[in-house]
Ligand binder design. Structure first.
Ligand code: ARG
Length: 459
């Protein structure tokens, strides 16, 4: 048991208390951020004349040595320390002696941990954004290749009107674009440095908080020291953004599962991204999509857990806040894993274009357009709706698509129909007449694709 405190205690900490209290098993994850923060702190202390130049050099060299030794595996972070901060400080004192004892001047673990967590979250947001970009790129590639791939668009999971695969994918592009924008917004809002807040009330040393903030790449210092040590809003915002992103991935997964089913056969998930059954030799299961859908619950759980943990905490720092870490780490790991796996699955997935088009034709997705044909020939819409309803009924009886029904049959129900009805209800016409902004028609879609491409170029 190695602790940073003990002077005012007359007894050893109970073993179970020590273990219950310790956080090293999980906060060792941000050793690099902890060391980065300490180096900035020491540089500032020296600049302010609180440490000598020699002390600063010895401490910085010591910290850099610890960092590279941990990275190379030479130095192991063990459970004998209470937390990562104790590990770094104790190791430093072990290695360089007296000057090491000055590292913690004008600092508390409260502002230190607030800084470490923020640095960690910022680094992770950066990685998350790159992974979201990869996903957006895969979606855009599918869009570019499928402007003419017709498929049914659904409402209530019932075939509704024809769209294209490009258009359907474009909807997901928008969702993940918003996820990216949310992450960028969060990054901007967490651009303040809590270091220098001390335990809660600042310090009596003449710290230059602007300098440490700028060394660490922040826009400036946090504005209130009590808030500085106890603000976890940025983590809640991050968990909330990740929850929304997971919701998008989960909906997408659900569609992949449906599309990959024997009944739909719109896609075939690549063998490398499918799994088999131990008993049923014919099976090829969409486990990855199901797991992404399932793991969404973990991320929602993390958001809920942290909201609940925070709701009753009085100012300023309280140990409850140590609980933020495992939830946030797990949610970030889960989201990153899901992004990587989902993108890989999407990239290798085979889209069965003929099956999609056939499904659109045989689901009466062009019925609205047949009614519009009548309206264009002077029939009131309500009457046209009734006429096409009768035609659909007839097609169901004959097991035919509207496209296959002979003209005589059309004319028996309404003499307004002419030979050009087939052209008017072809998938191509149905889609390509829809050219208002955001619609699936080719010209609208091409403009949209160009805008998406530009978004990724400027990402
Ligand atoms: N392990 C602690 C945490 O994660 C570090 C801060 C400890 N501060 C304290 N006053 N006990 O929150």
């Amino acid at each position: 048991m190695a602790q940073l405190w003990g002077g005012r205690f007359t007894k050893e900490t109970d073993r179970l208390v020590y273990e219950f209290n310790a956080s090293i098993s999980f906060d060792k994850r941000f050793y690099a951020q902890d060391i980065r923060g300490s180096i900035a702190h020491v540089m500032m202390l020296a600049r302010q004349g609180i440490l000598t130049g020699t002390e600063k050099d010895e401490i910085v060299n010591g910290l850099e040595g610890i960092l590279s030794d941990v990275e190379s595996g030479k130095l192991e972070i063990t459970d004998q320390y209470e937390d990562i901060h104790s590990f770094v400080e104790a190791t430093l004192i072990d290695r360089i002696g007296e000057p090491g004892k000055k590292l913690h001047t004008g600092r508390s673990r409260n502002d230190q941990v607030a800084l470490d967590m923020k640095l960690y979250a910022r680094d992770e947001v950066h990685i998350l954004n790159q992974l979201v970009r990869e996903l957006l790129l895969s979606i855009l590639t599918i869009m570019e290749e499928n402007v003419d791939t017709y498929m049914p668009g659904f409402t209530h999971l019932q075939k509704a009107q024809p769209v294209t695969l490009a258009h359907h994918m474009g909807a997901y592009f928008e969702m993940f674009r918003r996820d990216h924008e949310r992450l960028v917004g969060i990054y901007d809002r967490m651009d303040t440095c809590p270091l220098g807040s001390g335990a809660l009330a600042g310090t009596t040393y003449p710290l230059d908080r602007d300098y440490t903030a700028s060394l660490l790449g922040f826009e400036g210092p946090t504005r209130n020291s009590m808030d500085g040590v106890s603000d976890r809003d940025y983590l809640l915002e991050l968990l909330s953004a990740l929850s929304i992103m997971m919701m998008h991935l989960s909906r997408f997964s659900e569609e992949v599962i449906i599309w990959n089913s024997n009944e739909y056969q719109f896609v075939e998930i690549d063998d490398a991204y499918s799994t088999g059954s131990s008993i049923m030799p014919q099976k090829k299961n969409p486990d990855i999509a199901e797991l992404v859908r399932g793991k969404t619950g973990r991320v929602y759980g993390a958001l809920n857990a942290l909201l609940v943990a925070m709701k009753g905490i009085p100012l300023a720092y309280n140990k409850d806040m140590q609980e933020d870490k495992e939830w946030v780490f797990d949610a970030i790991d889960t989201a990153k894993g899901c992004l990587v796996l989902f993108t890989g699955m999407l990239r290798t997935m085979n889209f069965k274009k003929e099956q999609m088009e056939d499904s659109a034709k045989h689901g009466f997705t062009n019925a609205t357009d047949a009614a519009d044909y009548l309206v264009n020939h002077g029939v009131p819409f309500r009457d046209a709706h009734g006429v096409v309803g009768q035609l659909v009924l007839l097609c169901i009886e004959k097991n035919a698509a509207l496209d296959d029904l002979p003209l005589e049959e059309y004319r028996k129900i309404s003499p307004v129909f002419e030979e050009d009805i087939y052209d008017a209800i072809s998938m191509e016409t149905c889609v390509n007449k829809r050219i208002t902004a955001g619609a699936p028609g080719k010209t609208a879609m091409e403009a949209e694709i160009a805008a998406c491409r530009k978004y990724l170029d400027e990402y």
